[in-house]
Design a protein around this ligand. Structure first.
Ligand code: SF4
Length: 431
């Protein structure tokens, strides 16, 4: 039996697409290989948005050359969110550059058949989930926001929401199969509107998912602050499924920088929004569920960002008290507006220093915030086992190290008592 191997360099959306590629190949009789050397078909699913992904693919050229010496019939495919300039670079390395939207006809394309150009829906393919307890369900694809630093609208195209009935079917299937955590995915997840019924927006979709009888933790990524009406806050706060953790990308705490990024909100509006969200959870939930954890995405060193503008981002950190932040040092992505029209003029040293300052601030805030968990019993979804301890996440998505000699906890939601709090994680004893 022929074997396939998939390498994914990208975001959760790419990971989710890879699960559909796996399902597709298995449906035509291929078997997954655990090592690249054994594969007859290698798929690289990448995202041009990340420079690290681009670099790693360039590094694969030698590996493919070496493999081709012993596997004369090896086929290599590149897919994902690939920018045109990157396609030109990679065309020499791969046998095929395939559009993920045409995924359902890949087997025939690889066999040399030709097809008329038409719109296809690869999300109809039921994915081969790589975990038995954690599932990702894409609800939309693409983005219309054109943040100036971002290449997603050029790689994934315009926003296209899936039919709500297809999403519900998939979530129900995962819930019935016993998945403990289900994450809804979309580049701008909360701008969702069902193509079958305009009244079913993101808030209504959450409400429908909430009616599914099985128990699971619901999460989503990535929302945009501009699409966060009071109705959505209310539904999330009252939801039985939604775990109290929200990643809400701010990108900067300075209004002029936000404007240059084409992010249509101010720091003040962002802070007000977070206050409303926190207040709604305090009002509608009990115990630790009242404490919604907030994380954010930040870019430091955006073109012409001054020291004063960066300080405004530090102020935002203090005003919001973020539980976590994913901080990126600006790097221009080909095809984006900032790449074409703005000078990358903040020095690497300044970007590094700003990155470190925010990280230090985050740790300082984190240690104080995590104190609320000390000596409390919390539910933890266990992901991995190490020698003498497990790693998992709690409802607020905090990383938790759980000490236990017991076997078989991976994939279960267990109770643990927090014995120590660290700036960005917790340590707990299995109960
Ligand atoms: Fe990119 Fe902005 Fe769309 Fe997010 S919202 S995918 S950052 S353009």
């Amino acid at each position: 039996m022929k074997k396939y191997f998939i390498l994914t360099f990208g975001c959760q959306m790419n990971e989710s697409d890879s699960q559909r590629i796996g399902a597709l190949f298995e449906s035509v009789g291929l078997k997954e290989s655990s090592i690249i050397e054994d594969a007859d078909l290698i798929v690289v699913n990448m995202c041009s948005v990340r420079q690290t992904a681009v670099d790693r693919i360039l590094g694969l050229a030698n590996k493919f050359e070496e493999l081709r010496k012993t596997k004369k019939r090896l086929k290599t495919i590149l897919t994902g969110c690939v920018l045109e300039p990157d396609k030109d670079k990679f065309i020499k390395i791969f046998d095929f550059l395939l559009n993920k939207d045409d995924m359902e006809i890949w087997p025939q394309m690889l066999a040399g058949e030709s097809f008329a150009v038409k719109k296809r829906d690869y999300l109809k393919i039921i994915p081969k989930q790589s975990s038995s307890f954690q599932a990702f369900v894409p609800i939309s694809n693409g983005c219309d926001n054109f943040c100036t630093y971002c290449a997603v609208p050029y790689t994934r195209g315009k926003l296209a929401s899936r039919k709500h009935i297809d999403i519900l079917k998939e979530v129900k299937m995962m819930a019935k199969a016993g998945y403990k955590e289900i994450s809804l995915l979309g580049e701008n997840v909360n701008s969702y509107v069902s193509p079958l019924d305009q009244k079913i927006d993101f808030a209504e979709l959450i409400k429908l998912i909430d009616e599914i009888p099985e128990n699971f933790w619901l999460r989503f990524t990535s929302p945009h602050p501009k699409d966060f009406p009071d109705k959505l806050i209310d539904i999330l706060a009252k939801s039985k499924k939604f775990a109290p953790y929200l990643n809400l990308p701010a990108q900067s705490g300075d209004d002029a920088v936000l404007k240059k990024m084409n992010r249509p909100y101010t720091a003040k509006k962002y802070i007000e929004l977070i206050k409303k969200i926190k207040a709604a959870f305090k009002k509608n939930r009990s115990g630790l569920e009242k404490e919604i954890a907030i994380s954010t995405d930040i870019i430091v060193g955006f073109p012409s960002e001054t020291e004063k503008q960066f300080e405004n981002t530090c102020k935002l950190f203090k005003a919001v008290n973020f539980d976590m932040a994913f901080i990126a040092q600006y790097s221009p992505r080909p095809q984006s507006h900032s790449y074409k029209n703005m000078k990358d003029d903040v020095s690497k040293a300044d970007k590094r220093r700003r990155h470190k300052k925010l990280t230090d601030l985050l740790k300082e805030i984190g240690e104080k915030k995590n104190a609320i968990y000390l000596n409390k019993a919390i539910p933890v979804l266990i992901f991995e086992k190490y020698k003498g301890y497990y790693l998992g996440r709690n409802r607020q998505n905090k990383a938790v190290k759980v000490f236990s000699k017991k076997d078989g906890l991976v994939g279960n939601i267990i109770n643990a008592r927090v014995a120590r709090v660290l700036p960005l994680s917790l340590e707990a004893e299995y109960l």
